[in-house]
Unconditional design. Sequence first.
Length: 75
Amino acid sequence: MFYGVAGAVIGGTALMGGSGTVLGTFIGVAVLTVLNNGFTLIGVDAFYNDLFIGIAILLSMALGYLIARIRGKPA
């Protein structure tokens, strides 16, 4: 479930409500899957994989907030 939420957020869906697209969610999940497989292949510990996903969620939320603020929409 964590990967599903992370993929949706990275794909552009706001956690505090709002709209996202199916294509954006698909791209977010695809990016996470490729990174997860890559980390597994090079032998990165699972802790750091989850840490990276958490950082990616925080960065995408911050970026979404900044974009909404620039556009003049409430966050």
